[in-house]
Design a protein around this ligand. Structure first.
Ligand SMILES: [Zn+2]
Length: 208
């Protein structure tokens, strides 16, 4: 399996941390292992019925279903995104509301759009994005059926009914925008610094 913290491929080796006993829903146990790569605890809860595992979920980390964000994503955005991931399995409505609010904040603070409703802000940012990302952001309105749920447009953080796939789509769009605004520029900056170092070592002037 992949470690839900660091996403490295690891061998599963669980030890039973606690056998809680049985209730009318089944037999409960807590399993733990330490990731050999990142040395962090992975904790899982299992419920068995007639010796067969009926239910199994991660207690820690809570949101292992998506890759971790790059360190280049500023904390204030990364926190909102992580929260949206954590609540996702319990409530896609709440997750979508957190993501929508995070998207709006990113558009206003990073992309510099004029604050308005989310739909107008999306219109404003689209020409500034590569076309695949522009299409993805544009689709937020269709996937979320803004026409039927106008609150998504005017009060982005409002918890309202979601359409199928909407909450996941918002997380995908946020990931794409984080990559565009934070991860790629930093990556190129680091590569450029490396190149300049090499040029300097070779006694040549830095890149223009
Ligand atoms: Zn790990």
């Amino acid at each position: 399996m992949k470690c839900p913290h660091c996403m490295q491929g690891i061998h599963e080796s669980w030890t039973m941390a606690a056998h809680l006993g049985g209730d009318r829903d089944g037999d409960w146990r807590v399993l733990q292992m330490v990731c050999p790569e990142c040395r962090r605890f992975i904790i899982r809860v299992e419920r068995q019925v007639a010796s067969a595992v009926e239910d199994r979920f991660f207690a820690h980390p809570r949101a292992p279903l998506r890759s971790p964000l790059s360190e280049d994503v500023p904390t204030e955005y990364a926190n909102d995104y992580r929260e949206a991931c954590v609540v996702f399995s319990e409530s896609s409505k709440a997750s979508a509301a957190l993501s929508r609010r995070c998207l709006q904040r990113l558009l206003r603070e990073k992309a510099g759009v004029k604050p308005g409703n989310l739909s107008d802000e999306i219109d404003e940012v689209m020409p500034k994005l590569p076309s695949h990302l522009a299409d993805a952001v544009d689709a937020v309105r269709n996937v979320g059926n803004f026409a039927a749920h106008p609150l998504k447009n005017t009060n982005t953080g409002e918890v309202v009914d979601v359409e199928p796939g909407e909450a996941e789509w918002l997380l995908d769009v946020l990931e794409g925008l984080f990559d565009f605004y934070f991860v790629q520029p930093e990556l190129l900056k680091r590569k450029r610094a490396e190149l300049d170092n090499k040029l300097q070592e070779a006694g040549k002037p830095p890149m223009k």
